[in-house]
Design a protein around this ligand. Structure first.
Ligand SMILES: N[C@@H](CCC(=O)N[C@@H](CS)C(=O)NCC(=O)O)C(=O)O
Length: 218
């Protein structure tokens, strides 16, 4: 059986978990926090979560997991359509990850964990997020899903990363990226109605307290 290693507060873990649920696959969750233990590094070489364990071995990187799941379990499709349409799904996933989530992540220490981030970093992140949101707006009208009529893995990635990016911006950057994205709030409401997302959000709430305790103890 597939085993997903990580913890339910990690947005990257939750993207893969939602995909497993959407595909109706049986899987086991293994509670792991990011770690540089030799044993964990042999499964996830950067020590990050998530990591997916299959019968052939383990590997890391959530986008690679989405591709793997699609190839190994094509139905129901989460990266559907022609090669071009599939490229568009991956393009949006890249934009969401590289130009929005990873940029916002630079201010998470202050937004969510009581740390501090320099003014210079904040200004860089503001500019990056403005550009990332403008790119996303060019790619989607959120009608009804991020790529149009088909629900895809990009809806899981957006449904999980975008609220976090927005929260970080509102908390410490004095900006709301949703102002650049007409229709995004209603769209996220539709994504949240998916049973997969409801399960992920319920587990997120349950896991948050344990995670904060772990951080304090770390
Ligand atoms: N590119 C990775 C990012 C995963 C990631 O950054 N996970 C976070 C938790 S949400 C983590 O493990 N952070 C610890 C670290 O970066 O060392 C993926 O898509 O799986």
């Amino acid at each position: 059986m597939l085993k997903l290693h990580g913890f339910s507060v990690s947005n990257y873990y939750n993207v893969v978990k939602a995909a497993l649920l959407e595909k109706g696959l049986a899987f086991e969750e293994v509670l792991v926090y990011p770690s540089s233990d030799e044993r964990y590094l042999s499964n996830s070489p950067m020590g990050k979560v998530p990591c997916l364990e299959t019968e052939e071995g383990s590997f890391s990187e959530s986008q690679v997991m989405l591709d793997y799941l699609e190839e190994a379990y094509p139905e129901p499709a989460l990266i559907p359509g022609s090669p071009f349409q599939r490229a568009k799904t991956r393009e949006i996933n890249r934009v969401l990850e590289l130009y929005l989530e990873l940029q916002a992540r630079r201010v998470y220490p202050e937004a969510f964990f009581g740390g501090q981030v320099s003014e210079q970093t904040k200004q860089e992140v503001r500019e990056a997020l403005k550009k990332g949101a403008a790119a996303l707006r060019r790619l989607t009208g959120f009608q009804p899903w991020i790529l149009g009529q088909d629900f895809t893995s990009s809806d899981l990635v957006a449904g999980i990363h975008l609220p976090l990016v927005r929260d970080a911006g509102r908390k410490v950057l004095d900006m709301d990226i949703f102002e650049q994205l007409p229709g995004v709030k209603e769209y996220l409401g539709r994504v949240r109605e998916r049973p997969s997302m409801q399960r992920v959000m319920d587990d997120y709430k349950a896991g948050l307290e344990a995670f904060m305790k772990k951080r304090k103890g770390a």
